[in-house]
Design a protein around this ligand. Structure first.
Ligand SMILES: [Cu+2]
Length: 209
């Protein structure tokens, strides 16, 4: 399946392009700001516009990231991505990452909900997720990013290997919950399906800061 090269929803500086499933075109390099059109000679190669390297993008699933029902984690994930659509996140330990709010009008946070050892990812029904910044600048139990304004970002260091359940303090109940794997060779999971653009973003209407 060929995905057309889209920069939708990723109007950020430093957009990089990478090929998934095959090494075609120019690989993402550094913080290159160019969007490189890749040749579409292989219908089995999916092409993604990505968020910049070592960046987690977040927004409401209904804004465009969609959700994914993960068989591996036995949970529905949404609202966070390392590429274009919602997916489980994977980074190597000691990576310093940027959490980027992709929304144009909505505030978000990234809070650690729970630390688990293995699947399934059992998200508690009503966790206490602080909206203010807590837990320093290291991803750990008790970490909360604080409010990230639309288009803004915060950085956090992934000092401790582990499996973290994360969520947005504002939109945990609107599907912004995900799995964050920090271990050597961790890679982002499969991507979700984008929402139907003709459907109304009902989640957005329930937003209340
Ligand atoms: Cu949110």
């Amino acid at each position: 399946m060929v995905r057309r090269l889209l920069a939708v929803g990723l109007a950020v500086a430093g957009l990089a392009v990478s090929a998934c499933g095959g090494r075609v075109g120019a690989p993402a390099s550094g913080n290159g700001a160019d969007i490189v059109p890749l040749p579409q000679f292989d219908p089995n190669v999916a092409i993604f516009a990505t968020v910049p390297k070592n960046t987690v993008g977040e927004e409401l699933p209904s804004e465009g990231l969609g959700t994914i029902r993960s068989v591996h984690w036995k949970a529905t994930l949404g609202g966070f991505t390392q590429r274009q659509y919602s997916q489980a996140l994977g980074f190597a330990p000691h990576t310093k990452i940027t959490i980027l709010n992709l929304s144009h009008h909505i505030e978000h946070t990234l809070d650690v909900v729970k630390v688990i050892k293995r699947p399934p990812a059992l998200f508690p029904p009503n966790p206490k997720l602080p909206k203010n910044k807590q837990g320093g600048s290291t991803l750990q139990l008790g970490y909360a990013s604080g409010i990230i304004m639309p288009g803004k970002s915060v950085t956090v260091t992934l000092a401790k290997p582990g499996i973290y359940l994360i969520g947005c303090a504002f939109h945990y109940h609107s599907g912004m919950r995900d799995v964050f794997v920090v271990e050597p060779d961790a890679t982002p999971g499969p991507q979700g399906t984008p929402p139907d653009p003709t459907s109304s973003p009902t989640v957005r209407s329930s937003y209340a800061p």
